[in-house]
Design a protein around this ligand. Structure first.
Ligand code: FHN
Length: 469
């Protein structure tokens, strides 16, 4: 068996041409349906992410098989006790609608390879391997349809259980699988499953949210000596898989959480636990912002999959601010819940979702169907715009002076705005409520926030001015 390095060299020789060609042609225009779907995705602005699977039964997050080095046959025994008898797809869809979500992304298959639908490609699924014995994606697809929610499937390219996910990547090395396999056969397996998911059984699927490409990223693999983040030790045949999805459902959007600039054939770009352009979560060092629709994903507490001990739920204020900060960077927010093994959503997460929904019910016009504005993120907050209005989202007023005057740095009012006129209105603009504001001789715009220290305005004081005709 050639050494890892030798294999790396072979892969490099194989991958290099592939990798370069993908990036060079990124963002090629898709079909009209695809482009319309991309625009609608940007209008959607807010979605709910659902990490749910056999791992939920262990209640220690979706990486438990890897983090606790649980061999596959032992993990399968645990998974065989997964029985979500309280699962009510309609109740979920109702809650997500109340939260103000426009779409849902559910884990059809996560890294453990366990499938949440009745796949014919393996018996490692909820129908054949659990006492529950029913497909959970079908009822959710129907409930989303009923409640006017779009449905995306999260699909893990990385697989800790499939025998042909070989050569192994950076993870899944404790599963106890034989050191052999045929990666091409694994790619065929994925494409067969994606055909099941987008072949019509689940109706109109809004897209596929891929994850796990990074597991085979050569720079992660010990001894590869590869620095180029775009090099993979395997041939994922992405053009084929992406092409398959677009041919099965032309308006389905492809996104892949590889933490890099978009690859050819992708329709949107996501950032994990980060706002586009930032790297607090540690995933986005190589994530150059492309020209595709953007999405930030984040957790309500600290976990994606259900983790019984994780009580670090963010406040509604924090979640709304992350939504506003995302929108101010022209990105959607995909907010995660990790349902419990019985199929219910923990009351704290549900309450947080409803809290975001209450805020969106009042302020949604300053989020949905908006785009990034001419004013880049500032110390006081962010801005976005609709077709008629620029919205200024003041979420940090700490720079205000003793009389409450806060300079709105970066704001340049449209031509013809007279100095000292109160150029700004309170949201919603239709009510035309002026707010104490002024333009100084230097053209800087100021707002007085002294009397705006109550209620929701403390989360986000939304000001607006008309876009010049
Ligand atoms: O490993 C996954 C993780 O379990 C989770 O699915 C997140 C969601 O964005 N993505 C990966 C980590 O980058």
């Amino acid at each position: 068996m050639p050494s890892a390095f030798a294999r790396g060299l072979v892969a490099l020789a194989v991958a290099l041409p592939l990798t370069l060609s993908c990036v060079a042609q990124a963002c090629d225009p898709s079909t009209t349906e695809g482009l319309n779907a991309r625009a609608a995705f940007r209008d959607d602005a807010f979605g709910v992410f659902v990490h749910w699977g056999a791992y939920s039964k262990l209640a220690r997050g979706e990486w438990v098989m890897q983090t606790e080095k649980i061999p596959l046959d032992e993990y399968r025994k645990e998974a065989a006790t997964f029985n979500p008898v309280e699962y009510d797809a309609d109740a979920w869809a109702k809650l997500f609608k109340e939260a103000g979500a426009s779409y849902v992304v559910i884990t059809a298959k996560h890294h453990d390879g366990f499938c949440m639908w009745d796949t014919q490609q393996t018996e490692w699924d909820i129908v054949d391997h659990t006492p529950y014995g029913k497909d959970v994606l079908k009822p959710l697809a129907e409930a989303c349809e009923r409640h006017g929610l779009k449905l995306f499937f999260y699909y893990s390219q990385l697989d800790w259980s499939h025998p042909d996910y070989y050569p192994r990547g950076d993870t899944g090395r404790h599963s106890g699988r034989p050191e052999s396999g045929d990666f091409d056969r694994y790619v065929d397996y994925m494409n067969a499953q994606l055909t099941e998911l987008l072949g019509g059984d689940y109706g109109k699927v809004a897209g596929v949210w891929f994850d796990g490409w990074w597991d085979q990223q050569s720079k992660r693999l010990k001894g590869s000596g590869v620095k180029d983040p775009y090099v993979s030790q395997v041939n994922w045949r992405l053009d084929e898989t992406y092409g398959l999805i677009h041919s099965l459902q032309p308006s389905a959007l492809v996104g892949a959480n590889h933490h890099l600039a978009p690859f050819d054939g992708e329709d949107f770009q996501m950032f994990e636990r980060d706002l586009p352009g930032e790297n607090h979560g540690g995933f986005s060092a190589d994530a150059t912002i492309g020209s595709l629709p953007l999405e930030s994903c984040n957790t309500i507490n600290g976990s994606w999959g259900y983790s019984a001990g994780d009580k670090s739920h963010k406040t509604v204020e924090q979640l709304v601010r992350f939504l506003v900060e995302s929108s101010g960077r022209d990105a959607n927010l995909l907010l995660n819940v990790g349902p419990r093994p019985d199929g219910t959503i923990d009351p704290v997460s549900a309450e947080r979702l409803r809290g975001v929904g209450e805020w969106l019910a009042k302020n949604g016009a300053a989020i949905y169907s908006t785009r990034g504005s001419p004013v880049p993120p500032q110390s006081w907050g962010v801005s976005n715009r609709s077709d008629e209005w620029v919205y200024l989202h003041v979420i940090d007023r700490s720079a205000a002076d003793a009389d409450g005057w806060l300079e709105l740095t970066g704001v340049e009012l449209p031509e013809g705005s007279e100095p000292n006129e109160t150029p700004l209105r309170l949201f919603p603009p239709q009510e035309g409520t002026a707010v104490p504001s002024k333009v100084d001789a230097a053209g800087a715009v100021w707002v007085n926030v002294a009397d705006r220290a109550a209620g929701e305005e403390t989360i986000d004081l939304i000001l607006c001015y008309p876009i010049a005709e």
